[in-house]
Write a protein that binds this ligand. Structure first.
Ligand code: HEM
Length: 132
């Protein structure tokens, strides 16, 4: 994995015989995967020779798909500005930030529920047991 592609070079590989796509700044040769892609060959043809990060992400691929992608890695996209080149391949950081936010939210909800239950039990005891 050493070759650097410009977006122009990449655009030459847009046929079923040679199909390259760029995702998150990396270039993948997915020619051999056309037939095997669970999402069909048409969607791959739609982004053939192009920057396909958005299409790839929008399809909601699994981590397994990311691993499959790794097998086809052939180089880097040398794009001057934007379109996926600056994005990192490491989804992990985003994922773990989201996860820790989620668990914070869950914990907060847990405490709130605990307080409500506690307060409910307290009022119940006060009214029905200690209330005379
Ligand atoms: C270029 C490299 C790509 C690889 C290696 C790849 C790999 C995969 C894999 C392994 C799956 C199975 C489900 C999963 O594990 O997520 C999948 C499903 C799918 N892919 Fe891709 N994909 C690629 C590109 C794309 C693109 C560019 C699109 C569309 C815009 C796309 C659309 C889909 C869709 C719609 C499914 C779901 C199919 C279904 O569940 O019936 N994929 N892909």
């Amino acid at each position: 994995m050493s070759k650097e592609f410009t977006i122009e070079e990449l655009s030459n590989y847009n046929t079923k015989k040679e199909l390259f796509v760029a995702i998150r700044g990396y270039v993948y040769d997915v020619t051999g995967f056309l037939e095997d892609h669970p999402g069909g060959d048409e969607v791959l043809m739609d982004v053939a020779g192009q920057e396909a990060t958005e299409a790839y992400d929008d399809a909601g691929h699994s981590e397994d798909a990311d691993k499959t992608l790794d097998k086809f890695l052939i180089g880097r996209l040398n794009a001057p500005a934007g379109a996926g080149a600056g994005k990192t391949r490491n989804k992990g950081t985003v994922g773990s930030t989201q996860k820790s936010l989620q668990s914070l939210l869950l914990r907060t909800m847990f405490y709130l529920v605990a307080i409500f239950v506690g307060a409910g039990a307290f009022s119940y005891l006060k009214i029905y047991i200690g209330g005379s």
